[in-house]
Design a protein around this ligand. Structure first.
Ligand code: MSP
Length: 495
């Protein structure tokens, strides 16, 4: 029951923004979900610290690349703390173990490497080659200016792996499904990959073993993090990755180049690669020059980490692009969190505490009409396993909205006023039971608020040994719900 999940490693030329937070939050939600269900999870994230892009950024800031990396990687770690990211390892490509693993990997695939001349277009911000057909003036991915390079280089020969990659990708490796063909079609255009840079042009990188005049191409170096982090070249307990989560802009590196590198080294291939979409602002890419970069530290200060985690996965299907705005977050916060969820928790906890201070007892096991909780739970589990957060949250909100209606229709406050305490207790128990289910389903998304509410209601949260045990835990009919405190969960946003 091992589960290995990764995020891309982030470039350290600049501080993290909401796009980086997005990938990492998604990975965290899955890591938490899998842990709940009894998996031995290894969740990897980290920073990509070599290459021209970092070298240039450091130069502009008047420091060495290592100094810049030392500062910026810390910002990522701080953000992961703020956002409650439960990673197991944070790798830096300047870690000596990683550098050593990259050198060993190079040696291992030496038979597939040859030296020749590279001639063509290159985009420094993306650290990527652009084929002649795609290159007009600017990079097709980021729109920035390309450079023409003509230099000696080491190449990884790909021809003998093309068919193997095609077969690999024809299985359901790349998700969402609509990305599969895009990636398979790209195999035809694939040429041998330049995997080095002359030191005269790029200083900052791992030297090519046996040829100090060259450094290893930053993507070649970076991709190896996924195995160096789990022990390569020694035994790798967690490999192969169960899922690499990446942005759509870097899917080809992960679905084509990385598998070819692994094939050349005779290493097992990742089981799944999920490409998510982009967060834009008013339809435009976030960029420093447009001054539209969304700062996750600021957002977390205003809305709290749970709201950001929730918003990013609730607002758009994972895989699609989305448009980011504060108004949208406020709307989600006020309607989904404060009103539908928070108020439900509050009114039931207050009713219970005020009227049944000794606890709300189970008089009979809850039975609900018009809703099949167990079937919804099964569906939720399936959606979570597919990284379909959007529909997983829709299922959760079906239950939340059912619970709100149930409370309105059964109106336990009226029953209490009429002196019908037993009936009121039954209804409040039913609602506390629904809240328990809601809390388990909210837990991977909003761990802080879920834990607070769990404590208030005496909901026992533990990781299970497997799906059946977890389901039992979620559906269990407690004997009693004793509320320990009530209080505002989602305060009004000021300003
Ligand atoms: N260093 C490489 C990855 C190497 S992995 C072996 C890299 N780094 S990055 O910092 O530029 O981007 C990392 C991730 O952040 C990518 O998955 C990218 O898609 C994601 N995002 C960056 N901006 C984004 C948005 N505006 N929206 C959503 N995700 C985006 O690429």
């Amino acid at each position: 029951m091992k589960f290995y999940i990764t995020t891309p490693i982030y470039y350290v030329n600049d501080t993290p923004h909401i796009g980086h937070a997005y990938t990492t939050i998604a990975a965290d939600v899955i890591a938490r979900f899998k842990r709940m269900f009894g998996y031995n999870v290894f969740f990897l994230t980290g920073t990509d610290e070599h290459g021209k892009k970092i070298e240039k950024a450091a130069q502009e800031k008047g420091m060495s690349p290592k100094e810049l990396a030392d500062i910026t990687h810390q910002r990522f770690k701080e953000l992961w703390k703020v956002l409650n990211i439960s990673y197991d390892k944070f790798i830096r490509t300047t870690d000596p173990e990683h550098e050593q693993a990259v050198r060993e990997f190079w040696q291992k695939i030496k038979g597939s490497i040859y030296k020749s001349k590279y001639k063509g277009w290159y985009c420094i911000p993306c650290e990527t080659f652009v084929s002649q057909t795609q290159a007009e003036d600017n990079c097709p991915t980021c729109g920035r200016k390309l450079e023409f390079l003509e230099e000696d280089s080491y190449f990884l020969s790909v021809s003998k792996y093309k068919e193997e990659v095609r077969k690999y990708l024809e299985q359901d490796i790349v998700k969402p499904d609509f990305r599969k063909n895009e990636v398979i079609n790209a195999i035809d255009d694939l040429q041998d990959i330049s995997i080095s840079r002359p030191r005269s042009r790029v200083m900052w990188g791992i030297p090519v073993p046996g040829d100090e005049n060259f450094v290893i191409y930053v993507w070649f170096d970076a991709l190896i993090n996924y195995i160096s982090a789990v022990g390569y070249p020694n035994k790798m307990e967690f490999w192969p990755a169960d899922i690499h989560i990446v942005g759509k802009d870097i899917i080809k590196f992960h679905a084509i180049i990385w598998p070819i590198m692994l094939m050349a080294a005779g290493i097992e291939l990742p089981k799944k690669i999920f490409a998510h979409g982009w967060w834009k602002v008013k339809g435009q890419k976030m960029s420093k020059s447009l001054k539209n970069v969304v700062d996750p530290f600021e957002l977390a200060k205003v809305f709290g980490e749970d709201t950001i985690r929730f918003f990013l996965l609730r607002e758009i299907p994972f895989g699609n692009d989305g448009d980011f705005s504060e108004e949208l977050i406020i709307r989600r916060y006020e309607s989904d969190l404060a009103k539908d969820t928070g108020n439900l928790f509050l009114r039931i906890s207050k009713l219970a505490q005020n009227n049944f201070p000794g606890g709300v007892r189970r008089i009979q096991a809850p039975k609900f009409q018009d809703i099949n909780i167990e079937a919804l739970l099964d569906d939720w589990i399936a959606k979570m396993n597919d990284l379909d957060f959007f529909n997983a949250l829709n299922i959760l909100f079906q239950i939340i909205s059912y619970a709100n209606k149930y409370a309105d229709i059964k109106a336990p406050w009226k029953l209490l006023r009429a002196g019908n305490n037993e009936e009121a207790e039954k209804v409040i128990y039913d609602l506390a039971y629904l809240i328990k289910i809601i809390i388990f389903m909210l837990l991977p998304f909003c761990p802080t608020i879920s834990k607070t509410v769990a404590e208030r209601f005496g909901i026992k949260i533990q990781n299970a040994k497997g799906e059946n045990e977890m389901k039992k835990m979620i559906l269990e009919n407690y004997e009693i719900f004793k509320i320990s405190s009530t209080g505002v969960l989602f305060p009004k946003i000021e300003g």
